[in-house]
Design a protein around this ligand. Structure first.
Ligand code: B12
Ligand code: SF4
Length: 516
């Protein structure tokens, strides 16, 4: 009986595979086929990894623009879906697309190149295009080193990607696509620059149907319900020296209309998402717009939770209260350092006092969870200065600190400075970035800093006063209580996080830089 059932299941499986293959062949007969990939770095053990933070939004934007132009799209978020390389390659090969697009931050770059080489070997006719922040900031080096890359699109990809696919479809030259880097007679050439997209409302919303809710939503070891990210604006006028935003997205801040933002929220809620992470470079920049978005959320009676990052100099009671009453449950505040000298070095244009104030204001306004981000390891930062910052985390009324060791990445002012001072050899580190204490003379060793950070995390959560406060806050807040109950079975994962063990990902404390 069991064997019969097993046989049926097996038979069913083969029939399903066969039908899927047939559908693949016929449904896309006359259309261009594209395959978009968000690679998993080799440092992640997919078998043991927990859900990741949020979906690869940039690639989902590319997907929806391609679809709008009538191009077929297949998509793999290798981290979210946990697809091993071989299975990924089989899926690409079976679909046999005309174009494969790979997206990457720095930590995924070498893996993207590896996957591209394996795809090129199996499908030599397929055009391979790279995009995303790392590819954009290192185009020439990447294309010179990896011959498997046919082209790279610099910066925002929606318009250029569609134009590239069209050119390939019609057999036209791809050189005329703005924003493209291509090959000609063995040399890497650059097309005309692509202007930043002025009207963000004109973009089709990201193709959220390509991702599954259970793939995402893990923050600091806690699992959040059905999370999707969105960007309500792009770019940032500030110039923190460790951040690549101004080189990548421009100093000009562009924003979507509040109606357009809230329309997308409605669509996400209708699709069953319950938590939205605003991944904007500078979400809290314009107070009036935040109030308008909050007002519209309330007017349309939308019930959901949302999270964002904020600069401490942009937090005032009225704005943050409006955020809370429209569903903001968590804010990451970029506090960075307890030392004015170091804050000035980073070009943050804030003071430690502003940080204290922003935390207090957020608490008073009723934000359920306040996370502070901090950085240690600046060039020439003394032990005392580092200790100040570590001690600072304990003095603040935050729920948890996220402490990073300063890293320098290509495309940042910090990188340029350390390269010009000859502390960084760009030929060695352009594919990985580098932790500053690893290259700056007389720095405290990274391993020591990592141990210090782990100790601070442990000390932070073991303080009796803190535990009591956490208990009271959780008893008072239904949202926190819900989150607690949801995660109670995963207490081990939280402890792993605190102790830097991580769950499959080997990068927690080795993080390269803070993001705010
Ligand atoms: C969400 C996020 C994450 C998530 C990633 C989740 C995910 N699945 O994407 C998590 C939490 C994992 C993460 C981690 C880190 N992050 Co992060 N993150 C972001 C954030 C806030 C949003 C990304 C996003 O959705 N952007 C919105 C979309 C629309 O933009 P986009 O992705 O750039 O896509 C556009 C273009 O790049 C292009 N494009 C993208 N892909 C492709 C593909 C093709 C084929 C084409 C043609 C075009 C194209 O077109 C898209 C549409 O216009 C950005 C800041 C930001 N606002 O972008 C930082 C950012 C990407 N992160 C950054 C950093 C520094 C980090 C960390 C190092 C931080 C840390 N302290 O550990 C780590 C890296 C991992 C590690 N530990 O090594 C840097 C980038 C550094 C770098 N060189 O890679 C950014 C830019 C922040 C900053 N300004 O410094 N991050
Ligand atoms: S860290 Fe944040 S505030 Fe600073 S430049 Fe980057 S996006 Fe702007």
């Amino acid at each position: 009986m069991i064997w019969k059932r097993f046989g049926l299941i097996l038979g069913g499986f083969f029939v399903k595979t066969y039908i899927l293959a047939l559908v693949d062949c016929f449904s896309v007969m006359n259309e261009m086929k594209s395959f978009l990939i968000f690679p998993a770095p080799d440092s992640i053990n997919l078998r043991y990894s927990t859900p990741t933070f949020s979906p690869p939004l940039g690639l989902l934007y590319i997907a929806s623009s391609l679809r709008k132009a009538g191009v077929e799209v297949r998509f793999i978020d290798q981290i979210g879906e946990k697809v091993p390389d071989e299975r990924l390659l089989k899926r690409v090969e079976r679909y046999s697309p005309e174009v494969v697009g790979l997206s990457m931050m720095t930590w995924q770059a070498t893996k993207a190149a590896k996957l591209a080489a394996m795809i090129k070997e199996r499908l030599p006719e397929t055009h391979i295009v790279f995009g995303g922040v790392h590819a954009s900031l290192n185009v020439e080096r990447m294309m010179r080193k990896y011959v498997q890359i046919d082209s790279t699109i610099e910066g925002e990809g929606e318009l250029s990607m569609v134009e590239l696919v069209r050119a390939l479809e019609h057999g036209d030259s791809i050189q005329t696509v703005p924003g493209i880097y291509y090959r000609e007679n063995g040399n890497v050439k650059r097309g005309a620059p692509r202007e930043l997209i002025a009207d963000l409302d004109s973009l089709p919303p990201p193709a959220m149907d390509l991702v599954k809710k259970e793939w995402y939503g893990q923050i600091e070891g806690l699992q959040w319900p059905a999370m999707m990210s969105m960007v309500s604006s792009r770019g940032c006028p500030c110039s923190c020296n460790f951040c690549c935003c101004s080189q990548f997205a421009g100093r000009k801040w562009r924003f979507r209309s509040p109606e357009n933002v809230v329309d997308e929220i409605e669509d996400l809620l209708a699709a069953g998402f319950k938590t939205i992470f605003f991944a904007d470079d500078c979400f809290t920049l314009n107070k009036k717009r935040i109030l308008q978005i909050g007002g519209l959320i309330k007017k349309r009676r939308l019930e959901f939770s949302w999270l964002c990052e904020g600069r401490v100099d942009q937090i005032d009671y009225q704005t943050i209260r409006s955020m809370v009453t429209s569903g903001c449950k968590l804010i990451y505040l970029g506090l960075e350092s307890a030392n004015q000298r170091i804050l000035d070095y980073y070009g943050k244009r804030i003071t430690p006092q502003m940080g204290i104030q922003a935390v207090e204001t957020s608490r008073k306004a009723g934000v359920d969870i306040i996370l502070g981000t901090f950085i240690i390891g600046a060039p020439g930062e003394t032990r005392r200065e580092m200790q100040n910052t570590l001690d600072f985390t304990m003095k603040l009324n935050i729920d948890f600190p996220q402490i990073n060791i300063l890293g320098a990445m290509p495309g940042t002012e910090l990188w340029d400075q350390l390269v010009s001072q000859q502390y960084i050899d760009p030929d060695v580190y352009w594919e990985t970035g580098v932790l500053v204490p690893d290259i700056y003379p007389n720095s405290v060793k990274t391993a020591i800093l990592e141990r210090k950070i782990t100790k601070v995390y442990e000390k932070f959560i073991r303080r009796k006063k803190y535990l009591l406060k956490q208990l009271l806050l959780t008893l008072k807040s239904p949202y926190r209580m819900g989150l607690f109950l949801r995660n109670v079975s995963q207490a081990g994962a939280v402890m792993d996080y605190v102790q830097g063990e991580s769950s499959g990902e080997e990068y927690k404390h080795k993080s390269i830089a803070s993001e705010k």
